[in-house]
Design a binder for this molecule. Structure first.
Ligand SMILES: *Cc1c(COP(=O)(O)O)cnc(C)c1O
Length: 346
């Protein structure tokens, strides 16, 4: 790996971060708050939230098994994706490499930041090849994007290939594990001390049932986290979100129950889907959705829309010709989809 000083954008390396009022007195209990031009009225919403979200991070630290200093929280993991570009990629000069197909935000954020985005196609089983990814890199490649389980394909990326990328790439490897709660595979966040160049992303938006509150996590070496903290907005995670997340995280047993139910439903849905006349193939999944190749994705998509059922049409995505991506919902929702599709005839 190159040194972080070689990888971070020079303007970010030299950045004097914004110092907010609450930073200056960290740790001590104040009695009178006259430092931040807040209103004395409308408590508790009059106060700025904790910029480093310490109470929430301590709770997350127990659940995720990662020390607080190796964690940065974002306004959804989408913020932590954008931060990777803003910290490491010089606009118009640097590039990133990503598997294809994958989550669309990596490319959108590359475009917003004017960073070249290089795609490396997965194979017929939607697996990645470390050699192909490494071959697409050059001296200006700062980031490699790996999503596992991958969206929209649903499958885990081969851990040996991912490890090979981590060991041989000179820059930063981001492993997006938005769906890792649905798999038994070992999370890459348990290996951040082994790989100084890894950033692992998690989110509250999927298994934790909290898409509305916008809370995402980046796990990495303390040096990378320090850079992230310097660049993020000081109050990027609001107080309502911090409080609601604390509550949700206090009942992880219920979340585990949800996960078991969703996985049970997923297995049932995949079996039922394979019996449908329209179904040509269901791809293996480790997530709360599955990708299915059907006879005519667009026709079926529109037929479902007419019945007020919305799935994701991925037919225009590379390697996903005539594929629909179907999220596992409640038993009732899943049955509605199945019964609509049983009534479908071309
Ligand atoms: C849904 C999803 C996210 C979640 O983004 P949030 O901003 O945390 O809601 C991140 N990565 C992938 C691959 C996803 O599918």
């Amino acid at each position: 790996m190159k040194t972080l000083n070689q990888l971070v954008r020079p303007n970010i390396l030299n950045l004097a971060p914004y110092s907010c009022a609450r930073d200056e007195f960290k740790g001590r209990e104040a009695r009178v708050f006259l430092d931040a031009n807040e209103s004395p009225y409308n408590s508790p919403y009059n106060r700025y939230p904790d910029p480093l979200q310490l109470a929430l991070k301590e709770k997350l630290s127990h659940i995720k098994g990662v020390p607080v200093e190796n964690m940065c929280l974002g306004n959804g993991s989408d913020e932590t994706i954008d931060l990777a570009y803003r910290c490491f990629c010089r606009p118009g000069i640097d590039n990133v490499v990503a598997i294809e197909p994958t989550y669309g935000m990596y490319k959108v954020c590359a475009d917003i930041n004017n960073v070249e985005y290089r795609k490396v196609l997965l194979d017929d089983n939607y697996q990645l090849s470390a050699d192909a990814i490494l071959a697409a890199c050059n001296g200006n490649t700062k980031l490699i994007w790996i999503c596992s389980p991958n969206n929209p394909t649903g499958n885990l990326m081969n851990a040996e290939e991912v490890e090979k990328v981590l060991r041989q790439f000179e820059g930063i490897v981001v492993v997006d594990e938005a769906y890792s709660d649905f798999t038994k595979a070992r999370s890459w966040r348990s290996r951040i001390s082994e790989f100084p160049n890894i950033i692992v992303l998690n989110t509250m938006s999927k298994a934790w049932g909290c898409a509305a509150i916008r809370l995402g996590m980046a796990f990495a070496s303390k040096d990378i986290i320090d850079i992230y903290n310097k660049v993020k907005y000081p109050y990027n995670v609001n107080d309502l979100t911090q409080n609601l997340a604390m509550k949700r995280l206090s009942d992880s047993f219920e979340v585990e129950k949800w996960i078991r139910t969703i996985i049970g439903e997923r297995d049932r849905m995949v079996m039922a889907f394979k019996q449908l006349p329209i179904c040509e193939k269901v791809y293996p999944t480790d997530a709360n959705f599955f990708l299915a190749k059907v006879s005519d994705a667009t026709k079926i998509y529109n037929y479902l829309i007419d019945r007020a059922i919305v799935v994701r049409n991925r037919t225009n995505v590379m390697l996903c010709d005539n594929c629909l991506r179907i999220t596992i919902g409640s038993k009732t929702e899943n049955n509605e989809l199945l019964s609509a599709l049983r009534q479908y005839f071309d």
